[in-house]
Design a protein around this ligand. Sequence first.
Ligand SMILES: *[C@@H]1O[C@H](CO)[C@@H](O)[C@H](O)[C@H]1NC(C)=O
Ligand SMILES: *[C@@H]1O[C@H](CO)[C@@H](O)[C@H](O)[C@H]1NC(C)=O
Ligand SMILES: *[C@@H]1O[C@H](CO)[C@@H](O)[C@H](O)[C@H]1NC(C)=O
Length: 440
Amino acid sequence: MAAAAAASLLLAVVLLSLATAKAWEALPLQKRAFYSPSFSMAPGSVAFDYFYDVEFPRGHLALKSFRADVVDADGNVIPYHEVYLHHSYIVRYYQARNYSIPPVLDIETLPYGDGFIYRRNHGICQGDLLGQYFGLGTEMQSTPTAVPDPYGIEIGNPAPIPDGFDEKWLLVVHAIDTRGAVDRFGCAECRRDLYNVTVDQFGEPLKDDYYGGLSCCYAHTQCKVREDYEGTTRSLRMRYTLTWTEWVPSIIPVRVYIFDVTDDMKLVVNPSSGAVSAKHDCLIEYMVESCHVDGNGEKGCADFKKSIVAMPKGGNVIFGLTHLHSGAINSTLYGQDGRVLCTTKPIYGEGMEEGYIVGMSTCYPEPGSVWIDDGELMVHESVYTAERRRTGVMALFYLLVADRVADTPAAPAGFNDNNFMGIRSMKSWRRSSPAVAGER
Ligand SMILES: *[C@@H]1O[C@H](CO)[C@@H](O)[C@H](O)[C@H]1NC(C)=O
Ligand SMILES: *[C@@H]1O[C@H](CO)[C@@H](O)[C@H](O)[C@H]1NC(C)=O
Ligand SMILES: *[C@@H]1O[C@H](CO)[C@@H](O)[C@H](O)[C@H]1NC(C)=O
């Protein structure tokens, strides 16, 4: 009897939540794969391309998900042990109709002039750094990135676009061909001793204590390949798959933030007004020193890196994901009182993909359960194994935040879509739901 009563109570609860869920009608999701122009890669070569005005969904839309793969001319996905996708992301800009930009650039400097307006995400690094809306690195292979209903990343709203300008998208690709490499992971980490460089991408001499990182693996550099190795030059493209819906007023827009663990933030007080502002200094990458140096070289020793960052505008956490490199253990964002806002862990590949991060656990908190206050000081922590030195590692926290909560339960859109989600990480979604996140 008790069991039956419990069952009917459960049924009532389920029916009730279905009734509330119905208040928000899911909008038809559109999905399409787009392709970048092609780039050629030979064993050991580096592609670092800035593709301007790439194909993108047009109109006033809510973006719901993104994934990106390196594919060959026939559309076959290239595995990471052949071509390591260091990073790939998409940036928004407005371009005047009488202003031209070459379709591909291999310099890391954005176009300038009155005809180009960079429209970065909501922050928080200095200048144009880490201003992308979507995209990070290899974890994209099997990490769900679906923005749950009824939230969306708003694009194509005509109101803020100045007269005579169009909204366009820049796709950045940094890939390293490690076929035949003397040291595949060394090439992927951009270790200086494996590349033919003496100066950085801007022509400045490298410092003696710079052992590797982005300043060693820019366009036209070459990583060391075994002398007996013969591999073909291949023509590759990025395939980026997006889902979206038409924008309607019931969609709640999310703000896109990327926090960098290397950010050396300083709070600056204006002497006359007393207003406090944050000055950011993101370095994008850092080096993990081997714990062997000070004799603590036991297996499993870890490197903890922390930074403190102020949340510019508070809100409700909708989604969290991190970009980490091989060797990472986890990454966490804590609130000012020490509560866990979101913690994520890498998922490592198997077989030939062993050692590569192929996915990341994500945070999809229950709506309204994880709030960050305006100006709240958050601690950003990343943990890497330190049994050896690792160069050019990153820890970027990608966080979607909304001003208000939906009055209906959030369901990640398109969650049954194995094609673009990957099976592995579906098991781990919601691993940092508040119940879990609350345990410390
Ligand atoms: C482009 O058009 C704007 C006015 O819409 C004008 O101010 C600007 O000088 C033009 N630039 C060029 C390069 O023609
Ligand atoms: C590195 O080697 C490649 C191929 O041999 C060459 O094209 C490139 O100019 C070299 N780059 C640098 C920075 O020395
Ligand atoms: C991250 O990993 C380190 C090292 O294993 C561990 O001590 C720490 O508790 C982990 N952090 C979280 C939030 O799980």
